[in-house]
Design a protein around this ligand. Structure first.
Ligand SMILES: CCc1ccc([C@H](C)CC(=O)N[C@@H]2O[C@H](CO)[C@@H](O)[C@H](O)[C@H]2O)cc1
Length: 809
């Protein structure tokens, strides 16, 4: 039986070793002599899981008993990565586990690599949700994450002749140790059909398709296992398993049709984080998980409460972007149609429960649903949204404010539902994810709404969990910090500033540099293993790792690489700072220009890496299948962090925080959270270049002519010419014409406008990197000055400004 609440009896290595043995035998059903690495990994994970389950039960009991307000985080994406090492470190049992593995003759590190990433997300938004789950547990906030248990997460990226090729991802084959199927926890979700009224206020929705949402629970343990929350992911299943009649008639395919149709809803994650495609299946996914989650939330609430009107006192629901925004209409539907509240009452209770986070200002990424499609799939919700829009417009008209009604309409031209508007009108709080982004929200997409509701928009600058992104992925730096300042920083990251004073301490500096060097040697080995390229681990590791997108300007980085290559070829004898350019990132399968930029990077890499004149002065490593686990190897080894988006377009960024925390110096524009990173590390410890967001807005107004810029910049022109004269594509000279044409004619992302400033700044980096002592000092100051970017601080902000809950720890 567990000791005082949350405190499990101290686990011994011996006890754990025996637990693993028992799991192998009774859960995996294998004799050690015949066990595969996968068997041991399953046994190991199950034994660690047992350590989590104890505290899980206590936390769940305590949250219930405490009658505390509960937070629900609704997200279409949770980019979790691997869970074994995270649980081991959060429980504080690493020493015991490593000893037990050694005694069992199994290699712990190799075991960790057996687990496949839970890649249930595209990029920033999904990873943020995962960091938030870790922080809510660490702060002891009673919370649930709700999402979809996709059979297939984000595709596996492979390069064929330098082109991205997508392959289905199959995480469930090897990492089911961390989920518990809750077959009894199932809800019906309806689609389509007709709405009828009985004239006495009752509304009937006769759907023409119903599926079952089945829950799968994953425990999320916080630091020191003090609190464990639940991530509940829904899988869609048929209501009736098989149409036996058809089957017996030998009509096997149609007998299984309903099953296939139902299971398709949670089959695969949409790999697109750029454009809202407006596909029916995507809408069904969004409604499926939102409806199941709201039904589950109300069931849990009514277990201890009987007045539905008091729901906002006990429940705070966060919508991670507009993907769950249907929650505004769904909660209203349930409150009005099932609990018979009036629409105005149902709407106000809904609004008091819900809040919405916006993660992008890119017009093409803002979800808009065609009303015909919407009405077909969700007829009752269409009615409710029409009611909300009508009453909202009426209320606004009454206030005679200088707002344009067109801008605040939820349904535009009667043909499109703006989900950002629905989410805004149906929320208590709306937040941006960095100070600059939140300001731009108030000045652009939500300008009129901000006028109407000046207190509704708040800023909650993103953060990252220091457990996974320092303590777990950078053991060398972890050990140095534990030795120098203890472990307080792990769950109070701003304490890491206590180590800033050691920036000028020679022995600390040497140890810091040694830890970085060891991480670089490890990455060099991984690069050779993955793409067969040998890199010099003493070179400057210049890293750009993020989804491929024109606004993130991987093209600007590749153009600078070409210009540097050409400069070295012109004067190989000059003093060059050896540099390794490291790229990692997937392109949405339908995003052709982004895929062509991947091809360009691979073509440039092939030429540069095989050019004898260049040697080790410059290497380009384009790593396939960038994901959470690869990020955990690259980030601790980075010297330079590329955050070079067109100012005003990157809502925040979180890779920038991870890289700075691991001692990389940032080269970046004043965009997203780069602005706040620069404020905290100081102007001497970061490389800011390029146009500001205001400059960009001004240029847009005045109109920008890239021709003039290119013609007046021989370095830039030389690089673009090399792109189209076959230097990097002798087998197809025209391969990059389209990329070059966009630069010559529109250059919407202002690559040419920022090139010279970027190129010059990179040359400054070259010089600075040669002063190893000074560079290490600045690297230490980055690590020790970015403690504020912990997701614990972010969640404390949401708790105070948005949810009205009090963290426990
Ligand atoms: C409907 C298709 C779709 C899917 C996902 C998205 C996400 C909002 C894109 C995304 O991941 N945005 C990133 O969110 C991060 C977490 O807040 C920010 O740090 C990044 O700046 C932002 O691009 C947009 C459109």
């Amino acid at each position: 039986a567990a000791g005082s609440a949350g405190q499990a009896p101290a686990l011994t290595a011996e006890a754990f070793r025996e637990a693993v043995r028992a799991k192998l035998k009774y859960a995996v059903g294998k004799d050690p002599s015949r066990a595969t690495a996968k068997d041991w990994s399953m046994a190991l994970s199950l034994a660690v899981r047992d350590q989590v389950v104890e505290r899980w039960f206590e936390s769940t009991k305590a949250s219930h008993a405490g009658q505390k307000k509960h937070v629900y985080y609704l997200s279409m994406e949770f980019l979790i990565g691997r869970l074994l090492n995270d649980a081991v470190c959060n429980l504080g049992i690493e020493a015991q586990v490593r000893t037990a593995c050694a005694e069992l003759g199994i290699d712990y590190q190799a075991q960790l690599e057996q687990e496949s990433d839970a890649a249930l997300g595209n990029g920033g938004l999904g990873r943020l949700a995962a960091c938030f789950m870790d922080s809510m547990s660490t702060l002891g906030i009673p919370a649930h994450g709700y999402g979809i248990r996709y059979d297939h997460g984000l595709f596996r990226q492979r390069f064929h002749d330098g082109w991205q090729v997508e392959e289905p991802e199959d995480w469930l084959v090897s990492s089911r140790a961390w989920e518990f199927e809750r077959a009894e926890m199932a809800y019906l979700v309806k689609f389509g059909g007709q709405i009828s009224f009985d004239g006495h206020g009752a509304t009937y929705w006769r759907a023409d398709e119903t599926v079952k949402a089945v829950a799968y629970d994953t425990p999320i343990a916080g630091w020191k296992g003090r609190h464990v929350n639940t991530l509940r992911l829904w899988a869609s299943r048929p209501v009736e398993v098989l149409d036996l009649g058809r089957f017996n008639h030998g009509d096997y395919m149609s007998a299984a049709e309903k099953t296939i149709r139902a299971e398709t809803i949670s089959r695969v994650l949409y790999p697109d984080d750029t454009t809202a495609e407006g596909k029916e299946l995507r809408l069904k996914q969004e409604y499926f998980f939102t409806s199941a989650s709201l039904q589950d939330i109300l069931r849990r609430y009514l277990e201890d409460n009987d007045d539905i009107r008091k729901l906002p006192e006990q429940v705070a629901i966060q919508m991670n972007d507009t993907h769950p925004a249907i929650a505004v209409a769904e909660l209203m539907r349930i409150l009005a149609d099932d609990y018979r509240l009036t629409f105005p009452e149902a709407f106000e209770i809904t609004r008091q429960c819900l809040s919405y986070t916006n993660h992008t200002l890119m017009p093409e990424a803002l979800e808009r649903w065609n009303t015909n499609l919407f009405r077909k799939v969700l007829p009752r919700h269409m009615q409710i949204i029409e009611w909300i829009d009508y009453h909202h417009l009426a209320e606004v008209q009454g206030r005679n404010l200088p707002v344009s009604l067109d801008n605040i309409r939820i349904i535009e031209w009667g043909s499109e539902i703006k989900m950002g508007s629905l989410a805004f009108v149906g929320s208590r709080r709306v937040n941006g994810v960095s100070a600059l982004h939140t300001e731009l929200m108030k000045q652009t997409v939500f300008k009129d709404y901000h006028l109407l509701y000046p207190d509704r928009i708040v800023n909650e600058t993103n953060g990252i969990t220091p457990r996974r992104w320092l303590y777990e992925c950078n053991p060398g730096l972890r050990a140095l910090l534990l030795e120098a300042i203890g472990d307080g920083w792990v769950d109070n990251l701003e304490k890491i500033e206590d180590a800033a004073k050691f920036a000028t301490d020679a022995s600390f500096r040497d140890k810091f540099a040694a830890a970085k060097q060891a991480n670089k040697v490890r990455l060099a080995a991984e690069i050779e293993r993955r793409i067969g390229l040998r890199v010099d681990p003493t070179a400057l590791f210049d890293v750009q790792i993020k989804r491929m997108h024109e606004y993130k300007r991987q093209l600007l980085n590749v153009l600078e690489t070409i210009a540097l290559y050409q400069a070295i070829r012109r004067g190989p004898g000059a003093e060059w700072t050896p540099r390794v350019k490291i790229f990692g990132g997937k392109a949405a399968p339908g995003y052709q220009i982004a895929k062509r930029i991947i091809k360009l990077a691979n073509d440039v890499a092939r030429v540069v890496n095989n050019d004898p004149i260049i040697g080790d002065r410059l290497k380009v490593a384009v790593l396939p299948n960038y994901n959470v686990s690869l990020a955990e190897v690259i980030i601790p080894a980075a010297d330079l962090s590329e955050q070079i988006s067109t100012a005003g377009m990157e809502a925040s960024g979180t890779g920038n925080m991870k890289l700075a925390l691991n001692g990389a110096l940032t080269i970046g524009t004043l965009d997203g959270a780069n602005v706040e990173i620069a404020e905290r590390v100081g102007p001497d410890n970061i490389y800011i270049f390029g146009l500001t967001a205001d400059d960009v807005a001004g240029l847009r107004q005045r109109g920008y002519n890239p021709n003039a810029t290119i013609d007046s910049d021989p370095t830039l022109k030389g690089a673009i010419d090399a792109m189209v004269n076959g230097t990097f594509s002798p087998d197809d000279h025209g391969r990059f014409n389209e990329v070059a044409d966009r630069l010559w004619h529109t250059d919407w992302f202002l690559v040419t406008a920022d090139f010279q400033s970027y190129f010059q700044t990179q040359r400054t980096v070259d010089v600075d990197y040669r002063d190893k002592t000074r560079w290490t000092e600045r690297s230490i100051l980055n690590t020790t000055k970015v403690g504020w970017f912990s997701s614990d601080r972010t969640i404390r902000g949401y708790s105070k400004d948005v949810w009205g809950v009090e963290p426990n720890f």
